[in-house]
Every structure is written in C-alpha cells, then in structure tokens.
Design a protein around this ligand. Structure first.
Ligand code: WT7
Length: 654
C-alpha cells in the first residue's frame, strides 16, 4: 500500500482511492507478445523525446520529410516543421498499397440489426468519391465542414474525405440540440453541413435533418447541406442547398488526389466546454496529431494485424476522433463501430457484439461500466468473451470497484486494463499504463506515456513529489491543441497562465503516490464531468436564465452513482411566477432543448436568493456542499449568511 495521507482530502472518491492497495502485473504471456515490453523505453524517451516521437513519424507516409521535429515558442508548439503529410492517405491509401486492401477496416453494426463491413479498399473508394463530391460543392482547403451524423460509416468517411482535401472538419455530437449545432457552425463559419435524415437510439428515431433545419435558420455561412439517407425518415429538402449523399456519390469520380498538407495545417476543430459560457473550438493540426494518435494506439492498445478493436465512444467526442478514426486507421486496424445504445434491445448488447465479432481489444467509459455493474453479472456471463485480450477505460476516474468488476466479469481476470487519462485538448492519451510493461493499480491511470512529462503543483506553483494538487504538463507533445479557434487570448488564459514557466494547466486535480503513480481526482474548475463528457456550469446557467421564468441560477456538480457527476441547479424565479407542479420538468426540458439531453439537470432547488459574497460572487462551494448533503463550509464571507441556512432547510425538505 503506497497511500497514507487521507487527512488532506475530503471528497469521497479520494478516500476510496486512498484505500486501494491491489496491484496487477502484466502476465509473462502478454509481455512476450506486446508491441512494447522494454521498460527502458521511458528513460530513452525522457533523454531524447524529439527522437522518440520522430521514430513514430518515420513509420508514416510523408510527401516531404520535416526539417525540424519541434519548434517551441510557448505557448505555441510546431511539430514536424516543414513536413508535408495527408492524414487520410495514411489512414487509407497506405494500407491499400501495402497489402491490406481486402482487410476489414470497419465492421459496422446498426442498432436495429443491419451489418456492414468496409474493407480498406471499400473505405478508399467511398472516401475518394465523397472527397470529390465535397469539392464539387465548392469546398476547398481550409474551409470548415460541420458534421452532424449518427454513428454510421458515412461519419468516418466524412472525416476522412475532409482530411483528404484539406478541409477542416468540425463534428458536432448528434445528441446536441439544434441550438448547440448552430452555435458551433457559426463560430467556425462552416460552409457545408453533413447530416442524415435520422438516426436510431434505443429503438426510437432521432430526426437529425429536421433538427438541423432549425439550426440552419440561423447559420448564414452554410452554402450546402449533404444528407445521408439512413432510413425512411420524413424531411424537407431545400432545392439548391440540400443534396442527397447517395446522389452526389453516383456522380462523383473514383479518385481524388490527396492534398499534401503542411504538418501544422489544421485537421479539425472540436468544441468542448470550458469555464465560460461559450464552448471552445479546440484546434488540432495534422502531423503531430497523427503521430500522437498513431503511437498511442500502437502501444497502449497493443494493436496487431489480427486484432478486432472496439472503441465504444461516439465520434462526436474526441475519443472517437482519436481512437476510432485516426489512431487505429493509421495502424491499419480492424474495428467494430456500433450505432446504438448498450441496452438495446437488451442489456447484453455489447457482450453479444464482442462475442459475434470476436473483439480482442475493448475501450469504454467508467460510466458505462457502472451501468453494466448495475445490470448484473449475468448479462456478460451469457456470452463467450474469450476473444478479449486487453481492456481500456477513459473519460473520468474509474472507481476501484468498477475496475475490479471490469477485470473479473469482462476481462475474466486475464486481460490487462489500461486506464487512459487525456483530454480533448491533449488529442492523444497522455497518462496510461503500457499493457506489456506497467503494473496497474485499480483507480490509477498510472504513469505518463513515454515522452510525456506530467507534474503536480500547488496553487502557488510548488512542485508536489508525493501528494495532491493540480495536474500540469511540463513539456509539449505532438498531438497537443494548437489553440482555440478565433480566440488566442482565451487559449493563453485558460491553459498557460496558472503558473509561471510555460506549464500547461489541465484543470484536473491529481495525486501522486510514492511509486510515482498518478491518481486523477477530477475537475477543479467550473466544469461538470457527466458520463465522461464535460459540461460547463456557465453554459447550463445561460440555458436556465434564457427561460422567461428564471432570473438567476447557479449550477453545481453533485456525485452521481452512474454518471460520475450530475447537475444540481439552484434557481430563483421571476416574481409572480407560480411554482406549479410541472415547472421543474419544464425547466429541465428547456435546458435539454438548449444544450442536449446530456445536460438534463438531475435536481432543481428553487430559492428566493443565492448565497453571495459582499462583492456579489455566488459562492458555489457552499452550494456544492448543500447539494451534496454536506455541512456547508465557512460562511463568514457571505453578505447574508442566513441564506445558506434557509437553503439547507429547503434542501432537506425536498
Ligand atoms: C477530462 C477531459 C479524453 C477523452 C474523453 C473526455 C477526465 C478523462 C480520465 C481518466 C480520470 C479522466 C478529466 C479530463 N478524464 N480521462 N482516465 N481518469 N479522469 O475528454 O471531454 O476533453 O474531458 O475528462 O477530468 O480533464 P474531455
């Protein structure tokens, strides 16, 4: 047991983590076949990180080799300076040319039951044609293309087609509301939107084009809309603007020359929540991002030609970008892609997919694992999961009970588990076990990937060797974000100014134990991690006050057994508004309409006043205490301490 200091921490997650003393060594069998099994790699990469990354870059195809591996003008890094590369060529053409032409690239499972397998050749053909179709709509290098699609192969094809012609994709998760879509289209000034007539989720239909039409009322930059036909869903087609994907494909030529991109040309924008209302358009560029996702896919997931890899994340999130599209495809992997929910039609859907396709490496989120635990051991027990050889998790801290359940019931005690810490901003996995090297501890993301340097600092910037503080990254890495779209000041303020000395601030709290293992404790800023996805409190608050009945609100994160965190809201109503029975649900629905179902508040407490400091700042810390049923902390700086007492009473009554 390497943890001794529970005193300094208060949150429950932390205490649970502190009790953890189980360790798991990689088996001799796993080591003997692993892509990397030499522990000396850490020291080697530490001594010469540039060469370390360059050795992965050498494995990719470049039109022109880089002149310099890294140019670091904090907070701006350039990787593989002068190099020319195309991400799509590396994910598709390279394999077609190297003997993998007939290998399955994507094995797609539709929620209602259809199956489609695309070989690398099929993917090549589709991507080339769609790239030509986009060109035909006037899309040129540097243009932004918004993508609002369900989890169907055309989503992967769309990303790759953009990458092929040098267009910047901006994927918007199909679960986001039309308003969220409109905001993101406007921020990026996207020229084309790719959507579908609809998609399936738990047996019901999401009318995507219908929803997108609302967004399109307010997005003047959009010149064309491409609609993929997923089913027989009703929709309106606006002549001249809207085009059926299959029609465009019928007319498109078979080959499209890939655009040789500068290593630092933009590959995509992906929006994520920050601490202020507006989502941040995280910028990723081409060369470094591809190297980072390629390298981590190869070593963390230990991908081999015969593997069947399944990352359950939606491509609407960064996990899907990096570990369903770019990383595994750059490795020539065979992957499963699933359209729907884990409990549709039954709670063993995932296990039946693993059995059916012989999945060997499985990557999912702790929130999903907690749901599986609730559904019971009998669901996975119905299936032969013996094809599995490696498991992964991502998105939030995994509690040791969930880790152990995953280990026993899914890994059947023979699969290593890689708990991978990273962010939309980091682009690739940064803190993680290497499954053929690292001894794992349930609940710990273990140690930085070779070539990555992470540290823990106090508020004042003192380095913490053993103990808790803020997680920082002290050296640039290839897949790091290159900025926030249209907002360089925010990029600096958000990530690079917490301390002096060019340190990247992750926004996460973490502890390091005596063996140098990292234990991620969660967000320390005003961001709530719901089921592994970041939602900013400010954004939810803006959605609330947008409702005519609401004057003021404060939103905090509370612990949720299933989703990790959930939203609790304190709401002050406009004078004269009746607190009728349906109001709570109407407000929740309103937030869902503004942001998406992901942001549905779990509880609302109506209050005449919010606790504020004398300078008028809402004391969120106190609200968090109240909402999580704890004794509120220090109230001495409040303008009116009695507000907290009243709130507490109201909460206990509720
Ligand atoms: C935040 C990033 C990375 C893809 C999915 C989420 C939390 C992520 C872990 C992990 C503990 C984790 C952090 C991080 N997080 N992975 N293995 N253990 N926490 O991407 O939406 O950008 O969120 O997710 O708090 O900062 P994201």
């Amino acid at each position: 047991m390497s943890e001794h200091d529970p005193k300094s921490q208060s949150s429950q997650t932390i205490d649970v983590l502190l009790e953890e003393d189980r360790t798991f060594e990689p088996s001799a069998q796993f080591k003997s076949q692993a892509n990397i099994a030499d522990p000396g790699i850490y020291e080697k990469a530490r001594k010469d990180p540039e060469n370390f990354w360059a050795s992965f870059a050498e494995e990719l195809h470049w039109y022109r080799k880089w002149d310099k591996v890294l140019e670091w003008n904090p907070p701006y890094a350039k990787w593989f300076v002068g190099g020319k590369i195309n991400a799509c060529y590396n994910c598709v053409d390279r394999h077609v040319k190297n003997g993998l032409r007939n290998k399955a690239a994507l094995i797609w499972q539709g929620e209602p039951g259809e199956k489609r397998t695309l070989t690398y050749w099929d993917l090549y053909r589709e991507v080339n044609k769609f790239a030509n179709a986009l060109k035909g709509l006037g899309v040129v290098k540097g243009d932004r293309v918004a993508i609002y699609l369900p989890m169907i192969p055309e989503l992967v094809i769309s990303l790759l087609a953009c990458a092929r012609i040098g267009a910047v994709h901006s994927v918007v998760f199909a679960g986001f509301s039309p308003e969220a879509l409109a905001d993101r289209i406007k921020d990026a000034k996207a020229k084309v939107l790719i959507t579908a007539d609809g998609g399936y989720r738990r047996g019901s239909i999401i009318p995507l084009k219908h929803d997108a039409d609302y967004a399109l009322m307010d997005t003047p930059s959009i010149e064309h809309v491409v609609i993929v036909k997923r089913g027989e869903f009703m929709l309106r087609v606006k002549e001249g603007r809207d085009h059926w994907y299959h029609r465009l494909m019928q007319e498109a030529a078979n080959y499209c020359e890939p655009e040789p991109m500068d290593a630092e040309d933009m590959l995509y924008i992906l929006y994520t929540s920050g601490t202020t209302g507006k989502p941040k358009g995280i910028i990723h560029t081409t060369g470094g991002y591809l190297v980072g996702t390629y390298a981590t896919s190869k070593w963390v997931f230990d991908l081999k030609p015969q593997d069947v890899f399944w990352c359950t994340a939606d491509i609407g999130w960064v996990t899907g970008h990096s570990y369903l599209v770019y990383g595994p495809l750059a490795n020539g992997a065979t992957q499963v892609m699933y359209e729907g929910a884990p409990d549709w039609p039954d709670r063993d859907r995932f296990w039946s997919i693993i059995e059916e396709y012989g999945v060997t490496v499985f990557y999912t989120a702790p929130t999903a694992i907690r749901a599986f635990m609730r559904w019971g051991d009998k669901e996975p027990a119905k299936h032969d999961l013996s094809s599995l050889r490696l498991l992964g998790t991502v998105g939030e801290p995994i509690n040791p009970e969930a880790w152990m359940w995953y280990h026993r019931n899914i890994g059947r005690e023979k699969c290593p588990i890689v708990d991978t810490w990273w962010q939309t901003e980091t682009g690739s996995i940064l803190i993680t076990p290497l499954p053929g090297i690292t001894k794992t501890k349930p609940g710990s993301a273990t140690v930085p990937f070779p070539g990555i340097e992470a540290e823990i600092f106090t508020d004042k910037g003192e380095r913490v060797e053993v103990g808790g503080g803020y997680l920082a990254l002290t050296r640039p890495w290839p897949a790091m974000l290159r900025g926030i779209y249209g907002d360089p000041e925010r990029y600096k303020a958000q990530y690079w100014t917490k301390w002096k000395g060019d340190l990247y601030f992750t926004g996460d709290g973490a502890k390091r134990d005596t063996e140098g293992y990292f234990w991620i404790l969660g967000r320390v800023d005003d961001v709530i991690n719901i089921a592994g996805h970041r939602v900013s409190t400010m954004e939810v608050e803006s959605a609330f006050v947008d409702h005519p009945d609401v004057v003021e609100t404060a939103v905090v994160g509370i612990a949720d057994e299933l989703k990790g965190q959930a939203i609790a809201a304190f709401v002050t109503l406009r004078e004269g508004v009746e607190l009728d029975h349906g109001l709570e649900n109407r407000l929740k629905d309103h937030v869902v309409r503004k942001i998406g179902a992901l942001a549905r508040p779990k509880q609302i407490l109506f209050t005449a006043e919010l606790p504020k400091t004398r300078s008028g700042k809402i004391m969120r810390r106190l609200l968090r205490d109240i909402a999580s049923g704890q004794v509120p902390g220090d109230t001495s700086t409040l303008a009116d301490p009695s507000v907290v007492e009243q709130l507490k009473r109201r909460y206990e009554e509720d």
